[in-house]
Write a protein that binds this ligand. Sequence first.
Ligand code: ADP
Length: 212
Amino acid sequence: MKRPPNFLQRFHGTIAGQDRTRMFRQRPATVWLTGLSGAGKSTIAFALEEQLIALGHACYVLDGDNVRHGLASDLGFTPKDRRENIRRVAHVAQLMNDAGLIVITALISPMCEDRAMAREIIGPDKFIETFLSAPLATCASRDPKGLYAKARTGEIGSFTGVSAPYEAPIDPELRVDTGTLTSAECVAQIFGYVREKCLQTAAQRTAHSTEA
Ligand code: ADP
């Protein structure tokens, strides 16, 4: 990984993480969704975001397809480019976490090593690796974007699960069976974890407001 020139220093403002936690009434974290194409990453990411926003929580989805229109528009799907895509998204997620937001990422992120890099960049205490587990056959039969069909004919090369590898997480914080559960059940499972880790209870909110 490239290092900045050593004359560059960090400038620290006076606002601490705790200040933002108090303001947003949440501890920031990144829900890192990983799984095959069609496993449900985008569906679940945006549904979870909707639920958190409805409850008044600051959160944002970094969707793999969306970031490829700007932040990563120069990247393809070679292992090196996928790693660079993950590195950039992880840094954006880290900045958003620093700003106090809960981030949900929706990237295939097929390699264990690249997800480990993302964990390192974001910080292990904030990284919630969430494996959306569905059999390849189920994902291919859903084929919501018609990509598996194109991968089979060779129109798309290096397609995860067909012509490129997917390494399932070994010890993720969360494993969600998107092959058999409904998307609402999957979102509820992830929301339960996020509530425990990030969201303040009414009692904590009262304690904070009386401290201020
Ligand atoms: P990905 O972002 O992983 O490529 P998408 O969210 O674009 O996947 O597509 C997943 C498709 O599978 C959608 O058409 C969705 O309605 C369907 N689906 C069926 N069951 C689930 C589930 N449990 N979770 C998420 N999506 C599901």
